[in-house]
Design a protein around this ligand. Sequence first.
Ligand code: IPE
Ligand code: IPE
Ligand code: MG
Length: 239
Amino acid sequence: MFFKKKTVQTPVTDERLNSVAIIMDGNGRWAKRRALTRSAGHVAGAANIKNVLRLARDFDIHYLTLYAFSTENWKRPKEEVDGIMKLAVQYLDSAIDEMKKNDQICFRFVGDTSVLSDEIQERIALVRSMDHGQPFVCNVALNYGGRDEILHAANEAVKDGITHITAQDIDERLYTAGTPHPDLLIRTGGEMRVSNFLLWQIAYTELYVTKTLWPDFGRKEFLGAIDAFYGRDRRFGGL
Ligand code: IPE
Ligand code: IPE
Ligand code: MG
């Protein structure tokens, strides 16, 4: 495998890195350092998603799950939230174009999207209709909260008449159903917390935090995270 050979001499883990989640944090600080508005930071952050997606494909990572907007991010000033939602519309349009051109990739928008604007929901419905088992999956978490997702899954199970809920019942009803639980969770921007991301899915995920701010996260940083992953001894509670 390309990155195993090139980046790590003696990989500790036998697990292939297949599912990666990223908390794309630090857009605001990136902008502040350049005396730009926070919204300009989000524009730079959104532009970086394309690069990182390309890198994930180069590294043969089939599932990428990106935290774009949390259920708590509504607390921010309206102007900033409006700017992010405008970027979401643009991003959806480019995702639709990409899926038309490239039958290898599928975008999925995960989270409680039912409260988002009509223009976002219409585009999400179109993206959903184009989902047909493409080998590369990019989940974009929009109005996503890990607690909200677990509650939603449990309530769906109840609606389905299940009285004793199993882990599989939850798994099948997560917004991210169909994506393997992440092998690796990367957080940019240096904060040592998960901020309500993928709470159910990260039970045994390897965590990697870098101080690099999201708009600056590129090939070198991604390889650094992959290197760290292959250096981990994943025991899953065993010996
Ligand atoms: C992450 O960047 C993007 C979103 C949360 C929408 P931030 O906007 O949180 O950037 P910092 O953490 O303030 O630098
Ligand atoms: C997490 O970043 C959410 C996203 C990256 C979308 P935040 O900036 O919202 O997280 P906190 O507030 O530092 O925990
Ligand atoms: Mg932040």
